[in-house]
Design a protein around this ligand. Structure first.
Ligand SMILES: Nc1ncnc2c1ncn2[C@@H]1O[C@H](COP(=O)(O)OP(=O)(O)OP(=O)(O)O)[C@@H](O)[C@H]1O
Ligand SMILES: [Mg+2]
Length: 235
């Protein structure tokens, strides 16, 4: 459903991604792990169109994304939950969620999606009128995921939802991501530095190091991969 073929991204003279190829099947939960600066965020931005490709190709359900500008990609079913949340701080929780639904024509669908998010994260239901900028970090992460989900995406791109959050909140967020995948059957691409948890959640994973895919396979197999465990799992 989503396929990257030899994708290259450069920032000036720096190669952030080099010949990155990966495949994500419909309904799959794929995770990309890698250390700081590996190019994980760049990969997400390349898929959502925030950064241009210096080479290679990205296809989504048979459409070559190079022909689709970033602002049109949500209409193809791509939802990108960016690093550091980036909720609209001056808008309420409900207004943020409503913004996630603007690509949907059917008002009943919009409402059902917002209800689903509020069921998933009951703390947000208690705070629908609160300004998003005054939410805690964990609540903002829930809102950012919720806003992405509210658009009825086919593919949900999650960029390090664990960043800067306490371990108990991270566990809860990961549990909800697994639940979203289980209940909605949508395709999930999660990039994470928290390798162990991410490998446990996913069906398949890729390991990214300095802009290159250095390993891939089933999450559980990668956990047993010696090179991966030495580099990422502290074993
Ligand atoms: N706008 C930019 N201009 C120049 N270099 C950039 C830019 N954005 C990222 N880079 C560089 O590209 C490389 C990959 O960065 P990226 O943010 O994709 O890594 P990451 O894997 O998401 O890291 P982290 O785990 O810290 O979020 C890094 O060396 C970074 O310094
Ligand atoms: Mg990043």
């Amino acid at each position: 459903m989503l396929s990257l073929h030899k994708v290259c991204v450069r920032y000036g003279g720096l190669s952030a991604l080099t010949d990155v190829s990966l495949e994500v099947g419909e309904g799959e939960f794929v995770t990309v792990i890698g250390p700081n600066g590996a190019g994980k965020t760049t990969l997400m931005k390349a898929i959502s169109g925030v950064v241009p490709l210096a080479g290679g190709r990205i296809m989504l359900s048979g459409t070559d994304l190079s022909k689709v500008p970033a602002q049109k990609r949500p209409h193809l079913g791509l939802a990108h939950v960016p690093e550091n949340r980036q909720v609209f701080g001056g808008l309420s929780v409900l207004e943020n969620l409503a913004l996630g639904t603007t690509s949907l024509a059917d008002p009943a669908r919009r409402e059902a999606n917002i209800e689903y998010v509020l069921d998933l994260f009951p703390i947000l239901r208690e705070r629908t009128t609160q300004l998003a900028g005054t939410l805690s970090g964990g609540q903002q992460q829930m809102l950012a995921i919720g806003r992405g989900l509210a658009s009825s995406p086919k593919v949900l791109l999650l960029d390090e939802p664990s960043m800067g959050l306490a371990p108990s909140i991270v566990d809860m967020i990961f549990e909800r991501i697994a639940r979203i995948h289980r209940e909605t059957g949508l395709t999930v691409v999660l990039v994470e530095q928290r390798a162990i948890e991410a490998l446990e959640l996913c069906t398949r994973a890729y390991v990214l190091t300095t802009g290159r895919v250095v390993a891939s396979g089933a999450g559980r197999d990668l956990m047993r991969n010696e090179e991966v465990s030495r580099a990422y799992l502290g074993a």
